[in-house]
Design a protein around this ligand. Structure first.
Ligand code: MN
Length: 286
């Protein structure tokens, strides 16, 4: 197991800990981005919010522990998400969305993940799903919520375009988890702390487990909330800003298209400011 520190960033006025990608680890299976949002206290004067911005080649997976967010996108979706619920937006060849507060005041915490799409769907139509509840699996001292993929014989209703799993483990003393040797896995601790074979893992770190495992034993002292991510890698991917692709040219084109208001991203009216694409960080022509 390798413990990799997350990077502190600010997104939409909220402190986040970016567990993926980091210099030490770019992807885990098809998972290519993981922002632990908060924890923070929010109110009407300090609401989390991100104005209209585009995506290509990925699916966003949003999961909250506390608080509320309103998702709006260019498909016409308008969906409040609350703890225990899942928002999954598939970008395909282009979509735009915004996330804003709902007027909610109180504790706010969650995680936003991206999954790289396979060639079969990465240029396809955009889509949005909301799941008001998810299937659960009993653990020895808690419960697992199956966000995406299959876990302990229970399959999430959420769309999965490649072989992957995403599960939130909530437990108080120990959890024994069946894994697939053909998947690579990582853990992101959201709350509390846990240990794997005596090595502690805490919020602000990614525990990379690699592949070849068929079981994982976790020990916690008190309430732990841990995201288990796994799957088969989609290779090779390239990332730039909010885009996932296979080469720099298509990523630069997406940024150009967004800044030119191209139809591929649809239309979205929002009270929040539209976010322009930055200049690509590599030399022109490269
Ligand atoms: Mn987004």
């Amino acid at each position: 197991m390798e413990i990799i520190p997350s990077r502190s960033e600010t997104v939409g006025g909220l402190g986040v800990r970016r567990a993926l990608p980091t210099r030490g680890r770019r992807t885990v299976g098809p998972w290519c981005f993981a922002d632990h949002l908060g924890p923070a206290d929010v109110d009407a004067s300090r609401e989390p919010g991100v104005g209209p911005h585009p995506h290509i080649g990925l699916a966003t997976v949003t999961w909250l522990l506390d608080g509320e967010l309103l998702h709006r996108d260019s498909l016409g979706s308008e969906q409040t998400i609350r703890p225990g619920q899942l928002n999954l937006m598939t970008a395909g060849g282009g979509v735009q969305h915004a996330e804003q507060g709902t007027g909610y005041a109180g504790a706010f915490e969650g995680i936003q993940l991206w999954v790289a799409l396979p060639d079969a769907t990465r240029r396809g139509p955009a889509a949005f799903e909301h799941h008001g509840s998810l299937p659960q699996v009993e653990l020895a001292s808690g419960v697992a919520s199956v966000l995406i993929g299959e876990f302990s014989g229970v399959v999430s209703p959420a769309r999965a375009d490649s072989r992957m799993v995403g599960v939130e483990l909530a437990f108080t003393s120990d959890a024994s988890v069946a894994l697939r040797p053909d998947f690579e896995y990582a853990l992101v601790v959201l709350r509390g702390s846990a240990a794997v074979a005596g090595t502690p893992i805490e919020p602000g770190r990614l525990a990379s487990l690699g592949s070849g495992l068929d079981e994982l034993a976790l020990e916690a002292s008190g309430d732990a909330r841990i995201m288990l991510l796994g799957g088969v890698p989609i290779e090779p991917i390239t990332m730039f800003w909010n885009f996932v692709g296979r080469d720099r040219a298509e990523l630069a084109q997406a940024g150009h298209d967004w800044n030119e208001n191209h139809d591929r991203f649809g239309r979205l009216d929002s009270p929040l400011a539209r976010i322009p694409a930055p200049r690509a960080p590599w030399p022109s022509g490269a």
